[in-house]
Design a protein around this ligand. Structure first.
Ligand SMILES: [Zn+2]
Length: 424
């Protein structure tokens, strides 16, 4: 068993507690001990690091990952890429996530049925570097819903990155196939979206019995449900059917907010604000004033809803929807800054959202996402204090060390290593 000793680090433990100068001992893949700085002793075989002036914190967790998105301008790129290249791209993105300090990813849809599943299995087998990954299905949508790229005059072939279904029978079959493929999560698109003018964000397009059919299959197979739900009615539908992870909730009305609050111990909300923010402010192509107005309305509505949900004690998580040309993979830590700057979270609240709440959304609240005795050793050693400037988490050169499951993905720089005699 490898033992690692982080000596005299400023520990942000992920719980929201005031940071403490502490020694942290990792044994195997778990945090074996934490004590006030200077109180713990390294075992003789431990690799010891002097972390004076550095911050030790839990690895970041992305609650809405799309590892098979291609940083593209159009969703047609998903179908244009053959599965072989697409798997390589997915694995490349997995490495980008852990390189930037994301040691966990809850996937919010793959773009071909088995991309997430195969990537997850390769990472778990140790064949490829990447975060802990919960694998998702392709998005189950409806005819004309978000992600239905078919056009009547064209042969649809396999040119899809979603699975359009109509009626409970088709939804049930798609959900069963996803379970057979080995997903952890089934993703549903019950509402429209900012990006699809014909089916705007406020519109609900899925029928109650369609979602019920998927929920029944998920229950039977022990899988989890996540949904793209911007409209008020789609949020309520999710709550009726046990959807645990609700993305966006842009136009949740008072009744939806009440229902979310009543379910706050079993649900998570992630607004995925970056894709909206960057589309408004960093989109590389000319956009009409009407489109800008629509996106701007979505952004304002999202901010207001998230602030209301936070007040009500609902778990709201930063992150989401990276993998578009204007919102590429690798910038995910920007979301913590959006939470601070656009939504009024403190840096500590944003960090708790990306760590302890991240562990909870991964289904591992009692062993992941905190620097705590007995927890899994997914850790970042940061050069500086992210509570003073949360944007330093966006700078890979400030991530001095990245550990997942007790093993260094990126070891600390040699100058921090203490010689055996000094550490004892
Ligand atoms: Zn998404």
């Amino acid at each position: 068993m490898v033992t690692v000793f982080f000596q005299n680090a400023m520990v942000i433990d992920g719980s929201g507690a005031v940071p403490q100068a502490a020694d942290v001992l990792v044994d195997g893949n778990r945090i074996a001990a934490i004590g006030a700085a200077g109180t713990l002793r390294a075992t003789p075989d431990a690799a010891a690091f002097d972390c004076t002036g550095k911050t030790l914190m839990p690895g970041l967790i992305e609650p809405h990952a799309h590892l098979s998105f291609l940083d593209q301008a159009s969703p047609h790129a998903f179908s244009a890429m053959p599965p072989e290249e697409h798997l390589l791209a997915t694995l490349k993105h997995a490495k980008i996530y852990i390189d930037q300090g994301f040691t966990g990813c809850f996937s919010a849809a793959a773009t071909k049925p088995r991309l997430d599943v195969v990537a997850r299995n390769a990472i778990n087998a140790g064949d490829h570097p990447g975060p802990r990954l919960l694998a998702c299905s392709v998005q189950l949508t409806v005819t004309g819903g978000l992600g239905d790229l078919r056009e009547l005059h064209l042969d649809p072939g396999d040119a899809m990155y979603t699975r359009p279904c109509d009626g409970p029978v088709e939804f049930r079959r798609a959900a069963r196939e996803a379970c057979r493929d080995g997903v952890d999560i089934i993703k549903l698109n019950p509402s429209g979206d900012t990006s699809t003018p014909a089916v705007p964000s406020g519109r609900t397009v899925m029928a109650d019995d369609e979602m019920a059919a998927v929920a029944e299959v998920a229950r039977q197979h022990g899988r989890r449900l996540a949904a793209h739900a911007r409209s008020a009615e789609s949020v309520k539908m999710c709550l009726r059917h046990g959807v645990e992870v609700i993305y966006h909730a842009t136009y949740a009305d008072e009744e939806a907010l009440d229902l979310l609050e009543a379910a706050k111990d079993r649900i998570f909300v992630a607004p995925a604000i970056s894709v909206t923010y960057t589309r408004l402010h960093e989109f590389p192509f000319p956009t009409t004033d009407a489109v800008k107005a629509r996106i701007s309305r979505d952004l304002e509505a999202t901010v207001a809803r998230m602030q209301a949900l936070k007040k009500r004690g609902v778990r709201v998580l930063p992150g989401g929807d990276y993998g578009f040309q204007w919102n590429p993979h690798g910038r995910n830590a920007r979301d913590l800054d959006y939470f601070v700057r656009l939504m009024g979270w403190t840096p500590m609240e944003a960090i708790v959202g990306a760590t302890a709440l991240g562990g909870a959304i991964m289904g591992m609240a009692d062993e992941l996402g905190q620097v705590r005795q007995g927890f899994l050793a997914d850790l970042l050693l940061v050069d500086g204090n992210p509570l003073e400037d949360v944007t330093i988490l966006q700078d890979r050169t400030k991530l001095l060390a990245i550990m997942k499951d007790g093993a260094f993905h990126k070891p600390p720089p040699a100058q921090l290593q203490r010689r055996r005699r000094e550490a004892a």
